[in-house]
Design a protein around this ligand. Structure first.
Ligand code: NAI
Length: 335
């Protein structure tokens, strides 16, 4: 099968080539998919896209006209694909539902520990041979209450890790997981209760119409003073303007984000010569108690191997006329 791989990054190409083992004809391009770049897919039966690509109605319509029948995402999240359009136009879409929940959960812990123990500031001082410890006081995670919003694959690993730290766990999800209650003493609660009782709040929900700006000024006002919030899910799960206000007035003690609501067109590339004209990003970067990474929570060898293998598996299924169990339209038959 001829496959155009949009938004391909140097670090992932060797993994995709190894998993492919020359079965499919892969062409790698750096451009992100958009209505403007859709025409690059002329002559390809399938395309592969990443989380920063935009598969809106118009783009999918164009892809269909150009002969594209299959879209395989190299990500778990698929909020960037209009599944309704794909279904209507008979374009199959599949994702990589689970490539390594450990990668994301462990990165979440890295952000939390770095913020709580002020590692960035500490390292900055040491690099200047300044070993003064003032204002570097953190707290023990042991016995603290951690609120986990979204207890799916990543949230479940988070429960295991935070239970290991000796934390008390509160969970909020539309579907409760009894195993987590039994194994890690997780207590499910309402969103309000979780937010009012947690010292640390971790976000692991997909972006959908119900989670869009779930963390906004109303819910922030219910949180404990000095709460630490970590978002490795999707940028728009939080209202960035309200979060900045919370940081400014001291309600939020620290913020760690791997995702940002305006990340499209900014993340995944070097903008150092032309600083993005994004007021939110500039303001967030200026806070000493904010730690931002550029959507790289997934970036482990294991995750990249699994992403590549599942992407090639999805293509294998389609090229042999089979459905893949990772097909999103089949899973969302009510669309
Ligand atoms: P999952 O589907 O296993 O778990 C999501 C959980 O959220 C489910 O338990 C679901 O019931 C719950 N949920 C859905 N809507 C909800 C709502 N309105 N209110 C409360 N709970 C709700 O997904 P997984 O693998 O744990 O990933 C979660 C998200 O993490 C992904 O959707 C993706 O956006 C993000 N992600 C970020 C990555 C990164 O590199 N920063 C990499 C991979 C995923």
């Amino acid at each position: 099968m001829k496959v155009l791989v949009y938004s391909s990054k140097d670090f992932e190409i060797p993994y995709l080539e190894k998993a492919n083992n020359k079965k499919h004809e892969l062409t790698f391009i750096k451009d992100a998919l958009s209505s403007q770049t859709a025409m690059k897919a002329i002559g390809y039966e399938a395309i592969s896209i990443f989380s920063a690509d935009e598969a809106c109605f118009i783009t999918i319509e164009k892809l269909k006209d150009f002969g594209v029948k299959y879209i395989t995402l190299r990500s778990a999240g698929y909020d960037n694909v209009n599944l309704r359009a794909a279904s209507r136009l008979n374009v199959s879409v599949a994702n990589v539902p689970a490539y390594s929940p450990y990668a994301i959960a462990e990165h979440t812990v890295a952000l939390l520990l770095a913020l709580n123990r002020k590692l960035v500031e500490s390292n900055l001082r040491v690099s200047h041979y300044n070993f003064n410890l003032n204002n570097l006081v953190g707290y023990d995670l042991n016995e603290k209450t951690v609120g986990i919003i979204g207890t799916g694959k990543i949230g479940s690993v988070m429960c295991k890790i935070m239970n290991g730290f000796g934390c008390k766990l509160l969970g909020y999800d539309i579907e409760e997981n009894k195993d987590l209650v039994k194994s890690y003493d997780l207590h499910y609660s309402s969103l309000q209760e979780l937010c009012s009782q947690s010292d640390i709040i971790l976000l692991h929900v997909p972006l959908n119409k119900d989670t869009h700006q779930l963390i906004n000024e109303d819910i922030i006002s219910e949180m404990k003073d000095g709460v630490i919030i970590i978002n490795t899910a999707r940028g728009s799960v939080i209202n960035t303007e309200h979060i900045i206000e919370g940081l400014r007035n001291g309600k939020i003690g620290a913020l760690g984000i791997d995702v940002f609501e305006n990340e499209k067109g900014v993340f995944f590339k070097d903008n150092s010569q032309e600083i993005p004209n994004d007021d939110f990003l500039i303001q967030l970067n200026a806070f000493p108690n904010v730690l931002i990474t550029g959507h790289h929570a997934f970036l482990t060898q294991e995750a990249l191997t699994n992403i590549a293998e599942t992407t090639i598996y999805n293509l294998d299924c389609w090229s042999s006329g089979r459905e893949t169990e990772n097909e999103l339209i089949l899973k969302h038959a009510t669309l």
